[in-house]
Structure formats: structure tokens, C-alpha cells
Design a protein around this ligand. Structure first.
Ligand code: MEV
Length: 319
């Protein structure tokens, strides 16, 4: 066992297919490689188990509320490594805003698991990583599809079908994504339940919306592979309208999407669970992306990031 170790993961943006992915439809998501979560663990010799983050500084056993899933995940990892009385200090260093549709909780799980496996010098395969991440995600979010953890642990965009397919693929197209945060907490569990309720109340309408969203995700993959940014943008805007009908938009998200389109975005939509959180807008070049980002700030966006669609390595955090 080492005396210290780190684990890393990324923020994610769902390009197409949030919510419909829960019902087995395909989805596409992109890891945002320069918006990271880093978890470091240092062994302590006094047996204290200390957690430190921007929001919490205290013992593992007192971690509760929104962090109950993380606590249970760490307890599970300690049990697995026969190290329940190990003393350590675990520090979260995150660039990912919480509950904003950018995969903060998934990134937390992935980084924590990677850090413990690194500490205990154990190999970690992808299947085990995703299965364990589900311990935290299912406590925090109910019954997650797994797309967040699959993306947060990937270096490439992924095509995802729940319990069936996680296929990384390369994107070689121009264009920029503007990711912009309403500043309002999205609540994944609540949003997923709202769609479930609509499904129960209006099954045929909801089923049609969900299968349309799945088809749009498949078409978006083709648009990405053929470099058709105009088609991709149209699919994004159409998906947003469907997500609004599913009841997971919010007046602030509507303002941001409308503003992005007015400022020449090829398309825009909410990303992640919605009812708050963030939007993504597709811009044909950096000048448009910056113009869109400035306009979004002017109408109240809290933060924004501009990322080349193809090479997420150059993601810039601009304010
Ligand atoms: C949340 O980032 C994405 C949702 O589709 C939920 C899930 O897939 O588990 C809303």
C-alpha cells in the first residue's frame, strides 16, 4: 500500500439523450477533459478518517445528507480492502459545479474509487469501476442509467445504451460547445421522477417523445460523423423542445436557450437532468461561441465554458 494517491475524473455534457436514456434509448455524451475532479488521499497514523472539500471539513462518519452516497461508497471501499480502521485524509479538489447537469456526483465516485485503488495498488477494470460508482449514484440519484459515470471516466465521447452499450468514438468536426450554468441547482432524482410520473399519466405521448429523443441521438451520431453541424444543431434544439414537453426545463433554461439561438447558435438545449442546471449551445466557430457566451452572461448565466467539439483538451473556463 502507498502512503498517498490520487484519482481523477472529468465533468460531462450530455449532447443528446438525457432522460430518454433511462428508458433504454441511445444517448451521446462528451467528457469535458479540462473540467476535472481530483481526489487525493494521504495516510494518517492516528486512525482518523478525515474528509476535506469546499463544502465539508470533518470526519467520514459525520458525512451525511447529499454526501450519504459518497460516505457509503468510501465505507464499501474500506471494507473491500480490509481496511475499515485505516487513518486517512481525503481531499476533494473539484472544478465541477455541483448539481448543474455536469456530472459532479458521478465524477466524485469515479475519482474516489480510482484514488483508493491507486492507494492499495490494485488494478481496476472499467466494468468494476462503473459497477462501484453505481453504489453512490443510486443513493444520490435513485436509479441512474450509468451514462454520467461512463462519461466521467472516459477520455472520448461515448455512444451509450443503458445496460447494453458504452462505445467511445472520436469526433473530427469543427464547432464549439458553449456550456452555461443557470446557477440553479438541478435535481436529478426529482427530474427523473417527474418524467416517470408523466409516463404513468400520459403513456403514449411520453413514449413517443422518448423514442423521438432516442432517434435524435442516433441521428446526432451520424451528423457528428459526417461533420454536419447544422443538422446537429437542429437536432439539439428539437431535443430541447421535447425535454420541455417532458417537464424538465425551467424559465432560466428557456432564457438561455432562446438567447443562444438569437445569437446565432446552430442549436441549443438543456443538458443533464434539467429543472435548473446548465445548457449547451453549438457554435460554428470561436467568434460565435464567444458572442453567445457574452450574451448568456448578460441574461444571467452564472458561469460558462467554451469547448471545441472535437478536442475537449482545450476546454477553457472563461469566467
Ligand atoms: C443525468 O445527467 C442524466 C439523466 O438522463 C439521468 C440518468 O441518465 O441517470 C437525466
Amino acid at each position: 500500500m502507498l502512503t498517498k494517491a490520487i484519482g481523477q475524473s472529468h465533468a460531462k455534457a450530455i449532447l443528446m439523450g438525457e432522460h430518454s436514456v433511462v428508458y433504454g434509448e441511445p444517448a451521446i455524451a462528451i467528457p469535458l477533459l479540462n473540467i476535472n475532479m481530483i481526489v487525493s488521499i494521504i495516510i494518517r497514523h492516528d486512525h482518523q478518517q478525515i474528509i476535506k472539500s469546499r463544502y465539508y471539513n470533518g470526519s467520514l462518519s459525520d458525512l451525511a445528507g447529499a454526501y450519504e452516497g459518497v460516505r457509503q461508497l468510501i465505507v464499501f471501499l474500506l471494507e473491500q480492502f480490509n481496511a475499515t480502521d485505516l487513518g486517512f485524509e481525503l481531499t476533494f479538489n473539484s472544478q465541477i459545479p455541483q448539481e448543474r447537469g455536469m456530472g459532479s456526483s458521478a465524477a466524485t465516485s469515479i475519482a474516489v474509487i480510482r484514488a483508493f485503488y491507486a492507494l492499495f495498488e490494485e488494478p481496476l477494470d472499467r466494468k468494476t469501476l462503473l459497477k462501484m460508482a453505481n453504489i453512490e449514484e443510486s443513493i444520490t440519484h435513485g436509479s441512474p442509467s450509468g451514462i454520467d459515470t461512463a462519461t466521467s471516466s472516459s477520455e472520448d465521447p461515448i455512444f451509450f445504451i443503458k445496460n447494453k452499450e458504452v462505445t467511445p468514438f472520436k469526433i473530427d468536426v469543427p464547432g464549439y460547445l458553449v456550456i452555461s450554468d443557470t446557477g440553479i441547482m438541478g435535481q436529478t432524482g426529482l427530474a427523473v421522477s417527474a418524467v416517470r410520473r408523466l409516463f404513468d399519466e400520459e403513456p403514449s405521448k411520453t413514449r413517443r417523445l422518448i423514442s423521438d429523443l432516442g432517434e435524435a441521438a442516433t441521428s446526432a451520431k451520424t451528423a457528428l460523423q459526417t461533420g454536419d453541424l447544422v443538422a446537429l444543431g437542429q437536432l439539439m434544439t428539437k431535443a430541447h423542445a421535447h425535454l420541455r414537453t417532458l417537464g424538465v426545463s425551467h424559465p432560466h433554461l428557456e432564457t438561455l436557450v432562446k438567447t443562444a439561438i438569437e445569437k446565432n447558435a446552430l442549436g441549443a438545449k438543456l443538458t443533464g437532468s434539467g429543472i435548473g442546471g446548465s445548457i449547451i449551445a453549438l457554435a460554428k466557430d470561436l467568434t460565435d461561441a464567444q458572442r453567445i457566451a457574452d450574451a448568456l452572461s448578460a441574461v444571467g448565466a452564472q458561469e460558462y465554458w467554451i469547448s471545441p467539439l472535437a478536442s475537449q483538451m482545450n476546454t477553457e473556463h472563461l469566467n
